[in-house]
Design a protein around this ligand. Structure first.
Ligand SMILES: Nc1nc2c(ncn2[C@@H]2O[C@H](COP(=O)(O)OP(=O)(O)OP(=O)(O)O)[C@@H](O)[C@H]2O)c(=O)[nH]1
Ligand SMILES: [Mg+2]
Length: 459
């Protein structure tokens, strides 16, 4: 696994927190100290570490966990978020369909340009893209031979010319060649130099001018640790570096340093190399990377919750479509109720039906917070099968759920009634009818009643 040592140390710090009986100031301070130690050992810049841990401590002490989330989980979530931010912002290399994407690989000698070009080629080939590699290294003898060998290994064509002495001209010809061949991705491997010499910057500039790449990708050696920053910063200042690929993150204790340092330059890291083999390349997704670093076991539940929270905030139109197609689960009902209370997609859906949107005041579309919370607790006591298929809910299951959630059987039945109402409503809407009366009217009345609440009920 990548960055094994850092991962273990961070994992240990979180485990300690998980085992603590009380998450008080002392426990949080200890957690923060453990995280500091782990990051410093991984060669992360002291300044960065101090800023990060200060933020974690402040947030952990001040922020209140959202309803339904335990304090421990909330603190873990904060650590996860802050570490992800430290590792940079997510960015991906996206190929445009129907036109070639040209990527120019640059970097110092031995950083891993050639190997990484082959890894990238394999990565995209596996995803069904047509890839070609151009050897624009006329500097090092054997460079073309090395790329040809790699190309053969993965079945990707290589363009090169032993006799050529102008790398710029060679690169231009190679890109033209693969454009004629209608490749989706053209990777141009360039020559490295020992240090950031002007010569290298000059050649890079000329190459870029000659081939007009969609992206210049800087390859940085991850074993450099914090020093990787200077390199990335210098290149970033000299040219428009589109992305960074950090190599050799396998078996280096300095990986945390390299990643955070490079991320601090503001240039997005898109891939990381984690071994000598050609399949040892990973798209870099800071959140996913950190999740794995922290130990997925602990985080699985948490991530699911974060995901749910995100989903609850915004129900995607795709889901609305699936629901219209007749697939409605209890989970959807909860999402929809909450979405309705925030003017979600169902409301937008209604608005698309002429004359209907106007007829439904927003006020009436909202469900009381209390009821939503109760529904959530009830659903947490259901099995996944029950959530997907509410028909399973017979009276003994209802009794079990009520007991398990600390609610009453009437509460559970009320949720099921909502579900039934919404299912019918959606069926009617899907058929294109405008349900002014019938289930829709009933649903509105129920919701209105709920909003008023027992204490506000008049007369
Ligand atoms: N362990 C490990 N080794 C790597 C990784 N990426 C590259 N290497 C090794 O690093 C060495 C240099 O890689 P190259 O791809 O030849 O580097 P380069 O930047 O093309 O070098 P020049 O063309 O001389 O500038 C090789 O021995 C690679 O196997 C990685 O992710 N992990
Ligand atoms: Mg090379």
């Amino acid at each position: 696994m990548v960055l094994d040592k850092l991962g273990k140390a961070l994992h240990g710090a979180l485990q300690k927190l998980t085992r603590a009986t009380h998450v008080d100031e002392r426990a949080i301070k200890e957690l923060v100290r453990d995280i500091q130690r782990a990051l410093l050992q991984a060669d992360v810049n002291v300044q960065l570490v101090l800023e990060l841990t200060k933020r974690i401590e402040k947030r952990a002490l001040e922020e209140k966990p959202p309803p339904g989330m335990a304090r421990k989980e909330h603190v873990i979530k904060i650590v996860y978020e802050e570490l992800s931010a430290l590792m940079g912002r997510p960015a991906q290399l996206q190929l445009k369909p129907g036109r070639p994407t040209v990527v120019l690989m640059v970097g110092l000698q031995g950083s891993g340009k050639t190997t990484s070009a082959a890894k990238l080629a394999l990565h995209f080939k596996k995803r069904g893209f047509r890839v070609g590699m151009v050897c624009a290294d006329t500097f090092r003898p054997g460079a073309l031979q090395q790329l040809r060998q790699l190309g053969e290994q993965i079945g990707v064509p290589v363009y090169g010319d032993e006799a050529a002495n102008s790398s710029v001209e060679l690169a231009r010809r190679g890109v033209e060649h693969f454009k004629r061949e209608r490749m989706d991705l053209i990777l141009v491997d360039s020559a490295g130099r020992h240090r950031r010499e002007e010569e290298l910057m000059e050649e890079m500039k000329q190459l870029a001018e000659a081939i007009g790449p969609d992206e210049v990708m800087l390859v940085v050696d991850g074993t450099l640790g914090q020093q990787a920053r200077d390199q990335a910063a210098a290149f970033h200042a000299a040219t428009s570096i589109g992305s960074i690929l950090v190599t050799k993150l396998d078996g280096t204790a300095k990986g945390g340093g390299a990643l955070s340092a490079v991320a601090a330059t503001g240039a997005p890291i898109k891939f990381i190399g984690v071994g000598e083999h050609l399949d040892e390349l990973e798209p870099f997704v800071p959140e996913r990377f950190v999740a794995r670093l922290l130990g997925m076991g602990d985080l699985e539940t948490l991530l699911r919750r974060i995901e749910e929270a995100a989903r609850e905030k915004e129900v995607k139109p795709v889901e609305a479509k699936a629901i219209l197609a007749g697939k409605l689960t209890l989970r959807d009902v909860y999402d929809q109720l909450e979405a309705l209370s925030k003017m979600g997609p169902l409301k937008r859906l209604m608005e698309m039906i002429p004359g209907f949107g106007m007829a439904v005041p927003d006020e009436q579309l909202r469900v009381g917070e209390e009821k939503l919370k109760r529904f959530k607790v009830i659903m947490q006591s259901m099995t996944p099968e029950e959530l997907e298929n509410p028909k399973l809910l017979n009276s003994s299951r209802i009794r079990r759920i009520a007991l398990g959630s600390g609610t009453s059987e009437a509460d559970v039945k009320e949720l099921l009634r909502y579900y039934e109402l919404m299912r019918k409503l959606i069926k009617t809407v899907a058929k294109g009818r405008i349900p002014r009366v019938g289930p829709w009217g009933k649903l509105l009345r129920e919701m209105a009643k709920d909003r008023a609440g027992p204490s506000h009920r008049e007369g």
